[in-house]
Each structure stands twice: as C-alpha cells, then as structure tokens.
Ligand binder design. Structure first.
Ligand code: NAD
Length: 440
C-alpha cells in the first residue's frame, strides 16, 4: 500500500513510543552508548557497532570505556549487534561514529561515510537520520546526505529526513550528564525538527535548544570546542612567557582572576578526541571556502607544541642535576588524555614520553586508569609493573583522583636526591618544598 506523502512522517513519534519500530544507534562509543541506553528506557533500540569484541562486552552489560555502570544495562529494551542487517527495520537512526583527523590534521570522514553508506542501504520512506558526530558546518548535508540518497535511491526531504544533534557528553564527568545538559537539535525542515525534538525529549525533559538549521547546530558544537582550545592556548603561551620571566603563571592567574570579568582558563596539554581535533574541522572548511584562519590555527600550533616544551624543561632540570641524560630516569604518572578516564586517544602525555625518549632518557610510565594492552597497541608504550626509587624527575601529568592524596614524602621516597618534580596540572602547588618544583 502506498503511504500518502503528507502522512509519511506523521506517525514516527508514536511508532517509536509504541515500539512498532526501533531506533538504531550506529557507533557505540563515549557518545553513542549513553544515548542508546537512555533511549532504550523508552523505545526499542538496536545498538550497532563494527567492533565485534565491544559488542560481545556490551551484550554482557559491560561498557568497555567504563563510563556506564552495569545497572544502566538492566531493564531496558536494547539489542546489541555487529550485523548491519539488524538495523534494517529501524525508523529513526542516530549516527555517532568517530570523526578524527589524519596525521596531516585534515578531517578523516571515512567512518562517517561508511556508516552513511550502510545506513543508505536500509533507508525506507518515512525514516529519519540524525548525525551526532562532530563535523564542520555543511558536512551533514553536503557529504553525508548524497551518500544516503545514492545508496537508498530516495530523496532527502521528500522520502526521508535528516537532522543534526551535537553531543556535549564529558567522559569522567558525573555532574554534567547527557540528560541534565541542554542538547542542541536541528532538522532539515520544521517537520524533521519537530520529530527529532520529540524523540530526544523521550530523555531530555525539554532541555533542548532548537537550532534554526543543521549548519548552525554543526557550527555551535565546533565553536564550543574551538573557544576552549583558544583560551587554553592563550594560557599556554602566557605560561611560556612567564617561565622566561621567572614568575609563576598560577600566581599571575590567581591575581588576575580577582577581576569580575577575567575568564578562568589554565595552561595544560590539550589531547583527546574533541578540543585538539574539532578546530581542524572548522579550519579545513574555512580554507576550502577561501578564508585562511589565523587565530584558530595559531592556537592549535601553541597547544600542539606544548608537549615539546614540557619535555625540554624536563631535560633542563635533569641536566642541571649534573646527570648524563643517557643515564637519567624519569617517571611519568598519568598517560590518559585527561583525569579519571581510560581514554588515551590523542594523549599529549605520550608525546612528552616519546620526546624524552628521543633524547635517550629512560622513561617509566604508570597510570591507574589506562588499559595496558590498548596503550601498547596504540603507541608502543608499556606501563611499568612497579614504581622504582631512583628517578631523576617525576612528571605528574594527569589529575587522576588516585594521585590527589600523595604527599611530598612519597615523591621523595621514589626519587634521587636533588630530583625535579614537574606538576603539569599544578595540583601540588605550594606542597612541594624539597624537590625542584615546576608547573606550567
Ligand atoms: N568522546 C566525547 O567526549 C565526545 C563528546 C562530544 C562529541 N563527540 C564526537 O562524537 C563522535 C563519536 O565520538 P566517541 O567519543 O563516541 O567515539 P568512540 O571512538 O568512543 O566511539 C565510536 C564508535 O563507533 C564505532 N564505529 C566506527 N566506525 C563505524 C561504522 N562505520 N559503523 C558503526 N560503528 C562504527 C567504533 O567501533 C566505536 O565503537 C565523534 O565525532 C566525536 O568527535 C565525542
């Protein structure tokens, strides 16, 4: 039976609520899994991922990223699969696959393209597709929709609709969660927006911001991260200037912060999959459109060079001990890209380790959160089984909660006399008196 065109999308919300059709979530990582688990409290959900071992773990109620508790898998309507055919019956698709950059910092759209190609094979009239992956403005409509149309032989807007809803999830953050943080939604037209907002409202309780277009929603996400990246870059640059002046950046910031409109940002290594990557999506598109961004790329350059600066300072401190670099031993505490998560993607601490090793320094690495096998497979870096007691320098690179209660006595017990202590996150500021202390 031919469905009348004007009625094609009228029952979507109801069909999802009544579980006549499922929602499919494609890509079950830091972004896709929480949304799939939440939606599965209200609708039937199919969680699809190409990573077979991950699907096996999810079927057991285990989140390999350690972000969702086992109880989040209980009492919900979800089917995990690595078989693409299983998404065929869905009516509403959410795509949350990675959007990395190549080693030349150019957007790598391969996961997005292959997810779109698969999805296109199963698209039916009346379906809705929402992208959540972080992309440059225009990517959904200019790069993904043509693939959907080609594979499905359907027309976007008429036969199926698309939308974009960026994610603000912050791994390791138990305060700002998916469901208590305002979520931006957008659609290719008003009808799509209404349905997409309706579906997200299954879980968002009206904490939605309705963007006027898909491009605006795409841009909003990338701007959130670009703004952060640039503000941190400014702090990193200040820190390099103040280091040469012999004044503490943190002392300066503490003083400056007493003004009502001074923004609180701090120097640090900018790794991970968002802040250090997303701005390149924006700059790539900007260059394509004929504008070469100066400020954003300068900020990126400063932040990308910070690991070299940290390594250089470490070498200086070790040399000042009269130590031959080739016999020096450095302990790096914390290798994940940020505190209290196992995520090692784009970890800038790894770059510090590699840079130090390039000088011939022996570097031991320890981390309570990182997965040993993943770290080795990804970067060839091993975690040491036991911390030794003869380091010439200790670098505490990440603010893991396990490190919070450590005192100077502990660091003294694992170092040689006259050793240096590098406190990347300034977490022991004012507490280290005997070791040679340095922070950004
Ligand atoms: N992690 C964050 O904090 C965060 C926050 C906001 C936005 N984002 C963005 O969300 C997107 C996803 O990020 P993430 O952190 O969840 O990534 P992730 O690597 O944790 O998860 C992505 C998942 O997609 C799967 N995948 C890859 N290609 C696939 C395909 N073709 N079909 C099906 N599954 C596929 C991978 O196996 C992986 O499990 C990215 O664009 C990222 O920039 C991430």
């Amino acid at each position: 039976m031919q469905i009348k065109e004007e009625l094609l999308f009228s029952e979507v919300l109801n069909d999802l609520k009544t579980k006549k059709y499922p929602i499919a979530v494609i890509g079950l990582g830091y972004v896709g899994l929480p949304i799939a688990l939440e939606l599965a409290k209200h609708s039937a959900v199919i969680g699809f991922d190409i990573n077979v071992p991950k699907i096996d773990q999810l079927k057991e109620g285990i989140d390999p990223n350690g972000e969702s508790e086992p109880k989040a898998f209980e009492g919900i309507d979800i089917q995990f699969t690595h078989n693409g055919n299983d998404i065929a019956d869905a009516k509403f698709y959410i795509v949350a696959v990675p959007t990395p950059v190549t080693r030349f910092n150019v957007p790598d759209l391969k996961p997005l393209q292959s997810a779109s190609a698969l999805l296109g094979k199963f698209l039916k009239p009346g379906d809705i597709v929402v992208y959540e992956s972080t992309v440059y403005p225009g990517c959904t409509e200019e790069d993904c929709v043509p693939i959907l149309e080609k594979e499905s032989k359907l027309k976007m807007g008429k036969d199926f609709k698309v939308g974009y809803s960026p994610e603000r999830i912050n791994p390791g953050d138990k305060v700002h969660t998916l469901t208590n943080t305002i979520k931006i939604v957008s659609g290719c037209d008003q009808e799509a927006l209404d349905i997409i907002a309706g579906v997200y409202n299954f879980i968002m309780n009206d904490k939605l911001h309705l963007a006027p277009s898909i491009k605006v929603a795409e841009a909003a996400k990338i701007v959130e991260n670009t703004q952060r990246d640039l503000n941190i870059a400014l702090m990193n640059e200040l820190s390099m200037i103040f280091d040469r002046m012999g004044i503490s950046t943190m002392d300066v910031l503490e003083a400056a912060e007493t003004k009502w409109n001074f923004l609180k940002f701090y120097p640090g290594l900018v790794g991970g999959h968002c802040i250090g990557v997303d701005p390149y999506y924006l700059t790539h598109k900007s260059i394509e459109l004929g504008y070469s961004p100066e400020i954003i790329l300068s900020g990126r350059k400063v932040n990308d060079n910070l690991s070299r600066h940290v390594a250089k300072k470490t070498i200086q401190f070790v040399s000042q001990q009269g130590k031959n670099i080739l016999n020096a031993k450095v302990l790096v505490m914390g290798i994940t890209f940020k505190e209290n998560v196992s995520d090692i993607r784009n970890s800038k601490v790894v770059e510090v380790v590699k840079e130090l090793e390039s000088y011939g320094v022996k570097v031991d690495v320890t981390d309570p959160c990182a997965d040993e096998a993943e770290l080795f497979n990804e970067y060839g870096v091993k975690l040491i089984p036991e911390i030794s007691n003869d380091y010439n320098c200790v670098i505490v690179a990440v603010k893991h909660e396990q490190y919070a209660q450590l005192k100077e006595d502990y660091f003294l017990s694992i170092t040689n006399p006259g050793a240096a202590f590098i406190d990347i996150k300034s977490q022991y500021r004012g507490q280290i008196n005997e070791l040679i202390y340095w922070c950004l």
